[in-house]
Design a binder for this molecule. Sequence first.
Ligand code: ATP
Length: 352
Amino acid sequence: MHEITLIPGDGIGPEVTDAARAVIEAAGVQVQWDVRPAGMKVGEETGNPLPESVFDSIARTRIALKGPTATPFGEAYRVERKTKRADGGAETRVYPSVAIALRKELELYANVRPVKSYPGVASRYSGVDIVLFRENSEDLYLGRERMVDDDTAEALKIITRGATQRMAKFSADYMQRLGRKRVTIGHKSNVLKLTDGLFLKTSLEVLAGYPGITADSRVIDALCMELVLKPESFDCLLLANLYGDIVSDLLAGVVGGLGLAPGANLGNDYAMFEAVHGTAPDIAGKDMANPLSMILSSVMLLRYIGEAAAADRVDAALSKVLVEKRDVTRDLGGEAGTKRMTAAIVEKLQKH
Ligand code: ATP
């Protein structure tokens, strides 16, 4: 029996996490779910979008499956975590979103986002199979912004040697486990000579210590163009936080949309699995969301907890549903709702 924290999230979050949960259970994996709501709705109801009980739960389970949580536009929205310091004093740390607060507080410094062409999914490309590694702990995502005066806003971009070394090493170790051989570092060090320059130089230094891995680099804008022209020619990508966020969505589009893009946030102590997409308010509550990003995130979760055979079964079941095209959601050209697509995957799992 595995105990896993489940954060249903906002918007389509509850629908797609329900789907993931049903599929994991149909794969025969025994899970005790500790359901811990967080997000905008919780914030509106309680005044705190990220209750301390979420951290208490993850401290125990060490693993979370997280639905998307809404981040409203506007300066007023902040996520705070109040903790006690060793000397007994109080400390409040402030973040721009629930997802960023969780990643930072749990030190989930590595974001792994696999992007793959699936048979049966209409897309302009085939044969795409890329693993994107996104540094999750620094860069412009620290949310350190301020108004310098009424007409000038400033944001701090921080890149450190330590976090970059940790991320490059994580990526190389992960690649070795997957048997992957080539990694391309995206950067803008021709303009951001110090920050992106440090990211590029440090990553190359670390990767040079792995004889089985070839590392090359591209300026981020040129990388985007090449990814659109010939995505099948890339193996792995290593990117700082903001570029990683943007290129993840670009690649999701390359293989058929945000409905097919899973992700894992990993650190030394905890792991949190979440889809690349957001809360999709335009289709929330309408049984229209494609549950696959969350189900594919669960496949990553199953491998992480040592349930590789179950992960393979889920992958095979969802691939069959995609190829048959009968029970797929609208974004994939079908007419099924979230529930029908999930039921089709569950049925395939129960048959085998
Ligand atoms: P957020 O503010 O939470 O990021 P958003 O709508 O700005 O929400 P996404 O949730 O990533 O961003 O959605 C972008 C577009 O992709 C929307 O039109 C949405 O309906 C669509 N989309 C996202 N996820 C899915 C999904 N799982 N299935 C179908 N369509 C999706």
